[in-house]
Each structure stands twice: as structure tokens, then as C-alpha cells.
Design a protein around this ligand. Structure first.
Ligand SMILES: [Zn+2]
Length: 319
């Protein structure tokens, strides 16, 4: 049996359990026969993508989840079961695709226990193997929507007939692959010049419109430019945003981030020299903060949080 996550733009259909909100998986219809034009791979349908098996949810299996059913009209419909959480591989569909293929979705009402939740909300509470898979699904569904036409000659593009994930132009043969945009994010540290306590550079980004919450502080981050190495991007972004120089640049870890389709590459660096001068179009404030006395920082689950937590951990502190 094949199951799928259901998306509506950047939100995912979830159900409320005693453990919190969990992604719902619905059963997919039997595979459809090849379309008459023969141009499109039978496995390729707009609104439906297969996710990498390597990201199968074997690490987030929860066998404590209850079997559930929902009332829809006069009929009690089985929407999923414990089985759906043991799928070896999985798919993602849009809610539009689900409705077009007569898949049964639970009714969303105030008290139904089902809702579409934003990825940003889910990432703080789901296991990383699952949140990464959701991130992949959001990016692939969006890529599908955005590559319906050749970007060179505007001919309707078709999916490649091979297993490769690519859209190809039948006229000029241009191939369009899902694009990943590398983005560096750096934790810059130094000892407090007075006390010797380890400090980390945090910056407050300029935001537009009315804000309800006080702005949080994050790390220096930015996109890698064409022709640039990751290390060069770290040095350039830090110089541009806060006017200081860094040394001892080390890669730590990465995180896919689906807004829009980034691969966040986490680095550490040591402060070298220079006084902080902020880039005013981007930032409102930046400074070195003692690791024992941090302002509001990004949420758990984000790579910024992980990098800051790593520095704190080295100093024997937990966030
Ligand atoms: Zn073309």
C-alpha cells in the first residue's frame, strides 16, 4: 500500500494526537495508466512526487499512535492506521491532486483534530528525519509547479522518461532540475575582552511591517554567489554585514530549508579584527553576547539554534 503526505502550499495536513500534531498519511489510488499522448511518464503527475527512500521514516516510527477514523457526512471513513507510519517509502501530494483523484481527506473544522500546519511550526516538534522529508516534499511540489514550461523557449516541458528528476523541453532539450541554493550561516566567537567568557556574534535583522514579538537575534547568513567558494562566502558575508574579519573557518553541519529552496551550510569562525559596523539595509543591531546571557535566539530545530547550542555546550552550558 502506498501512502502520501498531503500539502497545501507550504502547509501539511496533520492530525492531533496525544503526542501533539503529526503528519497524516493518506492512501494513494492505484497507479494510473499512461496518458494518451505518451509524452509524460506514467509515474509523473503534477501535484504528486515520490520522496527519497533514504529519508523513509524508519527513525521516527511511533507505534503508539492510535488507529483513527473520522466522520465525514454519514460515513465513517478510515483515513489512516498504524500501518501508515511504517511505510518504507512515501509520497507527497497536493490537496488539489487528492481531490482530483477522489482521495478521502478529513474535514477540517475547529474541533476535528485535523488541520494544515505550516512547516515552521512542525519543525520544532518533529523528529529530524521526518521534518527533512517534509522539507523535501515542499521543495519538490513547488519545483513541479514552477517548471511547467521551458524557461528558454516557453514550450510546455515534460518529465524526463528516465528515473531522473528533471523536466525537459521537447523543442530545445533544455533540462530543468530541482535547484538547491547554497547559503552559509556562521557562528563567530571570541573571548569577552574584559572577562574572558566566550562570546558569540548575534545580529538582529531588519523586518518590515508591524511586529508583535520583539525581534530575535540570529547568526550572520547569506547566499553563496556564482563562482564563489563556501569559505569565501563566509568571509564576504561577515565583512558586508558587520565589517569584521574572521579566521579559522570550519564547516559544522548542514540543513535543507525550503524557503525558497536553500541548503544552509553551517560554519564556525573566530573573530580576527575590526569594529562592528552594521549594514543598515539588512540589520538593526549586532554585537558579541556572552554565551551565558543571550537574547532571544532562533527556534530549536533551526541550524542557527544548533550552532549556538554547540558553542554553549563547549562552555559547559545548555540553552
Ligand atoms: Zn525549450
Amino acid at each position: 500500500m502506498t501512502h502520501a503526505f498531503v500539502f497545501r502550499d507550504d502547509t501539511l495536513l496533520c492530525r492531533q494526537t496525544s503526542d501533539g500534531w503529526w503528519p497524516l498519511q493518506v492512501q494513494l489510488p492505484q497507479s494510473t495508466p499512461q496518458s494518451e499522448d505518451g509524452e509524460r511518464s506514467p509515474t509523473y503527475q503534477v501535484g504528486r512526487v515520490a520522496l527519497l527512500e533514504s529519508l523513509a521514516p524508519s527513525h521516527w516510527l511511533s507505534d503508539s499512535l492510535p488507529k483513527s477514523s473520522v466522520e465525514s457526512g454519514h460515513q465513517a471513513i478510515e483515513t489512516d492506521s498504524v500501518d501508515t507510519f511504517t511505510a518504507q517509502s512515501t509520497n507527497a501530494v497536493t490537496d488539489t491532486y487528492a481531490l482530483a483523484h477522489n482521495m478521502v481527506l478529513p474535514a477540517i473544522t475547529d474541533h476535528s483534530g485535523y488541520d494544515f500546519l505550516p512547516y515552521r511550526q512542525l519543525i520544532t516538534q518533529l523528529p529530524i528525519a521526518l521534518s527533512t522529508q517534509i522539507s523535501q516534499a515542499i521543495q519538490l511540489l513547488r519545483w513541479q509547479q514552477d517548471t511547467q514550461f521551458c524557461s528558454r523557449c516557453a514550450t510546455p516541458a515534460v518529465h524526463t522518461k528516465t528515473d531522473e528528476r528533471a523536466m525537459v523541453c521537447p523543442v530545445c532539450q533544455l533540462r530543468q532540475y530541482p535547484r538547491v541554493q547554497p547559503c552559509v550561516i556562521t557562528a563567530i566567537t571570541r573571548p569577552n575582552p574584559t572577562t574572558g567568557e566566550m562570546q558569540i556574534l548575534l545580529a538582529q535583522h531588519r523586518r518590515h511591517g508591524v511586529q508583535k514579538q520583539p525581534a530575535m537575534y540570529g547568526l550572520i547568513a547569506g547566499f553563496v554567489e556564482v563562482g564563489e567558494s563556501l569559505e569565501h562566502a563566509v568571509v564576504r558575508e561577515v565583512a558586508e554585514e558587520v565589517n569584521i574579519s574572521v579566521t579559522d573557518i570550519r564547516y559544522v553541519s548542514s540543513q535543507p530549508w525550503p524557503f525558497p529552496s536553500n541548503l544552509m551550510l553551517g560554519f564556525r569562525a573566530t573573530y580576527a579584527e575590526g569594529d562592528i559596523v552594521i549594514q543598515e539595509e539588512e540589520l538593526t543591531h549586532a554585537d558579541f553576547f556572552d554565551i551565558s546571557n543571550l537574547p532571544q535566539i532562533p527556534f530549536k530545530g533551526s541550524i542557527a539554534y544548533e550552532l549556538i547550542a554547540l558553542v554553549a555546550h563547549e562552555q559547559g552550558l545548555s540553552l
